[in-house]
Ligand binder design. Sequence first.
Ligand code: AP5
Length: 195
Amino acid sequence: MRLVLLAPPGAGKGTQGARLAEIFGVPHIATGDLLREHVTRGTEIGQRIGAQLDDGELVSDDLVLDMVREAITAPEADAGYILDGYPRTMKQAIEGSAQAEALGKGAQVAVYLAADEDELERRLLQRAQEQGRGDDNEQVIRRRLQTYRRETSPVIDYYRERGLLVEVDGMQPIEAVTRDIVEKVKVLRPEESTI
Ligand code: AP5
């Protein structure tokens, strides 16, 4: 199973990514987590991107393309992957797909989680109280949503046009969202029906 999760901030990519990885027995690769790890470890990359993460701006496409190529070609991803938070720009979608397909690792399904912006803000502000993530404050949440609308929403159409898109209502309870994703993936890819 090679699946990408596309959705605005707070829609449940991380939550569903972890659950789907368990269900399909493949690694959950979240670009946001990989980038935050660099910041926490104080690597050269981390020092370069820390302010961009805090400001809710996207980091460079080339950095992300390299990072994802490395992750999906690692032995742990031999059976596939759940990619969360990528691709986020048309450049990532087009160049990333070409690179991944050349390696026999192209995505087979793209899951889009739809949710109202009011609910997204509510979830992220609640998470701010519980976890204190650096980019979960009102001003930066708005910027992340704007960036999503401008840069990432065209990527949804890219997958729709290729017949790979599965759309799920992300406003449902967490378990119902997972159930819906799995059912719709089985329709698109009957070979996964033993799951
Ligand atoms: P990233 O970490 O990907 O953040 P994001 O897209 O803003 O998404 P979030 O993690 O905030 O939300 P989510 O959709 O994962 O929801 P979650 O499951 O956590 O990216 C962070 C930054 O890294 C970016 O701003 C950018 O700077 C950089 N970056 C990352 N990828 C990049 C790329 N490809 N290119 C360039 N830059 C990149 O849920 C949120 C909350 O809601 C949780 O508290 C959860 O418990 C709750 N929740 C989830 N589902 C439900 C539900 N169904 N009902 C009720 N509550 C729910």
